[in-house]
Design a protein around this ligand. Structure first.
Ligand code: AGP
Length: 606
């Protein structure tokens, strides 16, 4: 899950290419590199670490054709040798790649027997050597067709070759898009990365190659047949992918949530009626539905887990939720009468795609809950619930999480009404409260300084437990994940009722416990969990409702939330203080918040 980018056209300063690459650095940032054509030939520069470090080591110069890469290492340590571009024996073909070549060791043996010498530990290096080998007997476009049909796995790659005035691109399984400039072309893994430069985009489909000249673009399928391509105008404002006045994308995206919720309500609700244009599902199928399977990873999995509780309660359905990396290998009893809901911000998460493909083989209907139109998941699903959160750049997901929740709450309300398992007055009460959620979120965001102070106090703790019950058990999982991801402090989310069965052994005066203890049916149960922790001197930060009398007395610090009439919606407000808490603990520890170590924004490899 690297980022690749490139340009062809009139002379430009190298800064242009580096700025384009920086726009997708969230895809991987352990090493990077460029290969560009200059007067004296192709100039290559690679580096361990961030693009800024590479930039510091280079002077400014002009170029007219070039490729670039920012890496998330899968094969071979992050170092200068394994950084991309990789090249052939004669250093004439320079290539950048995102994805995994699964048959690379067989190809490496085949090429080594033909005298090729490999210098890196990457899977990628086989591609330029294969182009070199097959290029001995075929001119380039033909040789490239042969190469892509020999590669197994997922790939999006681009290369330039000494003496050729064009970019060569190929896509299968990993994202790759082309941007049309007034003069020339750019390409990148992600469309938002190109928006500051152009909104005219050509999406490369799977099993396609593109040959991009200074003034023309030709696309072929993997059989070599030319494909007519269309240029679409993408509706993304460049401002959507800048930090504006925020210190980090994550903080900006936390503060964008009320606006995202309002947009979702406007988009899907009309006059108290919920309408899903992309659902593409027959009502009778939904009425007789017996079981829903939810597949997702990471934060998206937590959103699915919250909705499982809501669907069971208001739609009288059997709901199973699985992390996709397990679901893809489990013997799931799926039939054509079942609905699979696949949740993914990026729509490119390899495990979720694999679980979906397995479910499709069994005839299940796939509904994607996704934030990226045109992503692989959206293309491979039968229906779509678009989460409209806008580009999410911070690796730690925030606004996409609450957007997934909000959209799925609306879907479950729609389903409950359709199946007559939800009374109209309950439907309207919950719908009305969903409309007020942005206001509640804004209220909490106003108290950011208060949460910052609490987080600074707690950032000295070396281990955290997050506890919740019922629909806020998944909220505790999400709170723990946010803290782990950006502060690297070990943290675990746990159903509070499980404490006595083991984790309570962890509690002493050096342990911090974040308890979600709202005025709902499980309040008293949560209070007794707080008492158990207090009795063992654990330090407690509680998330409570205004006016709380009992839990407040047991807590060392409290973050108050407005009380909702429908507590089933509380995960939408609980998320905000948990996100801010993690953010300020990480900030206090000086962590790299937008690009945490070892992570990447979308996990496109298994
Ligand atoms: C969340 O903060 C992480 N970035 C990660 O867990 C993420 O949720 C997971 O990789 C799933 O990504 P997706 O929603 O794009 O499929």
């Amino acid at each position: 899950m690297c980022g690749i980018a490139g340009y062809i056209g009139e002379k430009k300063r190298i800064k242009f290419l580096l700025n384009l690459l920086k726009k997708e650095e969230y895809r991987g940032y352990d090493s990077c590199g460029i290969a560009v054509r200059r007067e004296k030939g192709i100039f290559v520069k690679k580096n361990k670490g961030k693009i800024t470090h590479l930039e510091e080591k280079m002077s400014e110069f002009d170029f007219s054709l070039g490729i670039a890469h920012t890496r998330w290492a899968t094969h071979g340590f992050p170092n200068q040798i394994n950084a991309h571009p990789q090249f052939d024996c004669k250093r004439k073909i320079f290539l950048v790649h995102n994805g995994i070549i699964e048959n690379y060791s067989r190809l490496k043996d085949f090429l080594t027997q033909r005298g090729h010498h490999f210098i890196s530990h990457t899977d990628t290096e086989v591609i330029p050597h294969l182009i070199e080998e097959l290029g001995k007997r075929e001119p380039l476009p033909k040789a490239l067709i042969e190469v892509v049909n020999k590669l197994e796995g997922s790939f999006a790659f681009a290369f330039i070759r000494e003496g050729e005035g064009a970019l060569f691109l190929a896509k299968k399984g990993s994202p790759l898009n082309i941007g049309v400039l007034n003069q020339g072309f750019i390409f990148a893994s992600d469309i938002p990365a190109m928006v500051p430069f152009t909104n005219r985009i050509v999406r490369l489909e799977d099993e396609q190659i593109a040959i991009v000249g200074k003034d023309d673009l030709k696309i072929f399928d993997f059989a070599g047949k030319e494909v007519i391509h269309k240029t679409e105008i993408v509706d993304l404002a460049p401002g959507e992918i800048t930090k504006k006045n925020y210190a980090h994308f994550m903080l900006k995206e936390i503060f964008e949530q009320p606006r995202v919720m309002r947009n979702l309500f406007k988009f899907y609700v009309n006059d108290n009626r919920i309408e899903f244009k992309g659902l593409n599902l027959r009502e009778d199928f939904l009425r007789r539905l017996k079981k829903i399977f939810l597949f997702a990873c990471g934060t998206a999995f937590h959103a699915g887990y919250v909705i499982k509780y809501f669907l069971e309660k208001f739609c009288c359905l059997d709901v199973s939720i699985d992390v996709s990396s397990e679901a893809r290998y489990r013997e799931l009893n799926l039939t054509a009468d079942d609905l699979v809901i696949a949740i993914s911000q990026s729509g490119e998460t390899a495990d979720t795609l694999a679980a979906v493909r397995k479910a499709k083989e069994k005839g299940a209907y796939i509904l994607a809950v996704c934030n990226v139109l045109g992503s692989t998941l959206v293309k491979e699903s039968s229906g779509l619930l678009y989460t409209l959160a806008g580009p999410e750049i911070g690796v730690a997901s925030t606004k996409a999480y609450t957007a997934q929740l909000f959209t799925l709450y609306l879907f479950a309300l729609h389903l409950g009404l359709l199946r007559n398992t939800l009374q109209r007055k309950v439907f309207e009460s919950i719908l009305q409260e969903l409309k007020n959620i942005p206001r509640f979120q804004e209220e909490i965001l106003k108290r950011v300084e208060e949460i910052k102070k609490i987080a600074e106090k707690f950032s000295k703790f070396g281990c955290f437990l997050f506890l919740g019950r019922g629909i806020n058990y998944p909220s505790s999982l999400e709170g723990a994940l946010k803290l782990k991801e950006i502060s690297y402090i070990p943290a675990e989310g746990y159903p509070a009722g499980e404490m006595k069965h083991g984790p309570i052994a962890l509690i002493d005066e050096y342990r911090a416990v974040v308890c979600i203890c709202l005025q709902d049916a499980l309040y008293e149960k949560m209070v007794s969990n707080l008492q158990e922790i207090k009795a063992r001197k654990g330090k407690i930060l509680s998330i409570l409702n205004y006016g709380d009398k009992e839990a407040v007395a047991l807590s060392d610090e409290v973050i108050y939330l407005p009380r909702l009439k429908n507590s089933v919606l509380s995960p939408l407000v609980v998320a905000i203080p948990l996100q801010l808490f993690a953010y300020f603990v990480a900030e206090n520890l000086g962590c790299e918040i937008d690009q945490p170590r070892n992570l990447a924004k979308s996990v496109t490899v298994e």
